[in-house]
Design a protein around this ligand. Structure first.
Ligand SMILES: Cc1cc2nc3c(=O)[nH]c(=O)nc-3n(C[C@H](O)[C@H](O)[C@H](O)COP(=O)(O)OP(=O)(O)OC[C@H]3O[C@@H](n4cnc5c(N)ncnc54)[C@H](O)[C@@H]3O)c2cc1C
Length: 396
């Protein structure tokens, strides 16, 4: 009987997870002359980059600052963001002759599609001597003198282990809870994760009333828990989506009301009072500001439409209040299967903001979305992936 035994392969750095953060860290460590192996369990790297930003990858935001991130410690991300800025990433794009444009609000997208970013990362990896092993199954990680990593490619050992396995969002794209399991194994605290940048589902009656309007979009101010965003809301078959809803979803918790200002540029009471002696019906009047179908459906839900002159003053006050402050309580969200990101994660209290290394476990780093730092919509999540990857890559 023959006995096969893999010899342990030693390497300077192992990065688990070949997404934005992991690849960036690998490149930076490789540039320092470190021998780096990336273990990615999917058949290819960067699946989220590929589909991001509608296929054009909103790779950064010109105005990225700590205010654009959600974290138990809002100061934690400052150090990494200051040491690797959107302009640093733009210089990298220029080196690779990748064209980009600003869509709105500082959001930068590739001209030619996300594949250019993936190709750029692969080229940089190759120049930095980074080895990428796809279809890697990491079975166990143990720490003795070094980190011993058992994989289907055989055993590896390293003094520097970087966990870059992202969050729980979109399992078909390779998301797993591996990073959280690693944190637990090494007794590091985790802030309970929740789906963020995710569409809302609505209570049955509201959903049924609005479902026929699926596809209608409204410019509104949406607020919850002291945060507010002015962008579009999109009515969907199951509830509400669109940038304003995705943004506020990250701050929403089950049971909380969400307030929608349907007339963000108007004082609704002033408008209605000015027209209070007119024959025009409420629905017709509102269709000057909102889509006709939405105005009618909103009236059906909130105030049966009749000529404005028939409403009492008290009724107009009530209608105006609902137009400027329409309160809905979502029944939930579409969950991790539709969430663009996962909020929460490995507690920032466990990590050095300078090196992303676990304070209690020298040599173990966590970067990217697996950490309790979550960006708003608009390129911030990739900027965090690059910046945290860069920070760890200087020390791993
Ligand atoms: C549809 C969609 C669109 C998005 N668009 C944008 C956008 O335009 N701009 C923006 O800033 N952000 C966007 N995001 C968010 C952004 O993609 C993520 O925040 C970012 O990719 C996080 O990078 P990461 O490297 O931490 O994690 P990921 O990119 O998720 O990478 C983690 C990697 O680890 C691998 N992995 C997981 N478990 C294991 C394991 N056990 N063993 C080995 N490998 C493992 C995964 O396969 C994956 O390759 C979008 C997200 C989605 C889902």
């Amino acid at each position: 009987m023959r006995c096969y035994a893999f010899t342990v392969r030693k390497t300077d750095v192992i990065v688990i997870g070949g997404g934005a953060a992991g690849l960036f860290c690998a490149i930076e460590a490789g540039k320092r002359g470190r021998k780096v192996v990336v273990l990615e369990h999917s058949e290819r790297i960067g699946k989220k980059i590929a589909i991001s930003g509608g296929g054009r990858c909103n790779f950064t935001n010109l105005y990225a600052s700590a205010e654009n991130f959600i974290s138990e410690n809002p100061h934690f991300c400052k150090s990494a963001l200051a040491r690797y800025t959107p302009h640093d990433f733009l210089m990298l794009l220029e080196k690779h002759s990748i064209g980009y444009h600003e869509k709105k609000l500082g959001q930068l997208f590739c001209n030619d599609g996300s594949k250019r970013i993936i190709d750029m990362l692969l080229t940089e990896c190759s120049e930095a001597g980074v080895e990428i092993l796809c279809e890697s199954d990491v079975r166990t990680v143990n720490r003795k003198d070094s980190f011993d990593v058992e994989t289907n490619h055989g055993p590896l050992a390293t003094p520097s282990l970087v966990i870059a396995t992202g969050g729980l969002s979109i399992p078909p794209l390779g998301a797993t809870d591996f990073g959280y399991r690693m944190a637990r194994q090494f007794c590091l605290a985790i802030r309970d994760p929740w789906p963020a940048l995710v569409p809302f589902t609505l209570p049955r009656q509201l959903q049924q009333e609005l479902a026929p309007l699926s596809g209608v979009s409204i410019d509104a101010i949406v607020s919850c828990e002291g945060y507010q965003f002015r962008e579009n809301i999109l009515i969907t078959h199951r509830g509400m989506s669109g940038p304003a809803i995705l943004q506020i979803s990250s701050y929403w918790r089950p049971g909380l009301p969400v307030t929608i200002n349907l007339l963000p540029d108007q004082d609704a009471l002033e408008l209605l009072r000015d027209q209070s002696n007119r024959e025009v019906t409420l629905a017709n009047f509102l269709s000057r500001f909102l889509s006709r179908r939405f105005a009618q459906a909103w009236c059906d839900l909130n105030a049966s439409s009749q000529p404005l002159k028939r409403y009492t003053h008290a009724q107009l006050v009530e209608i105006a209040e609902k137009l400027n402050r329409w309160k809905i309580i979502p029944s939930g969200t579409e969950g991790y299967k539709k969430a663009e990101v996962t909020a929460g994660g490995v507690s920032t209290s466990e990590l050095s903001s300078h090196t992303m290394e676990a304070k209690k476990i020298p040599g173990l780093h966590f970067i990217g979305e697996v950490v309790d730092v979550t960006g708003q919509l608009g390129g911030y999540n990739f900027q965090w992936a690059w910046a945290s990857g860069y920070a760890a890559g200087q020390y791993a």
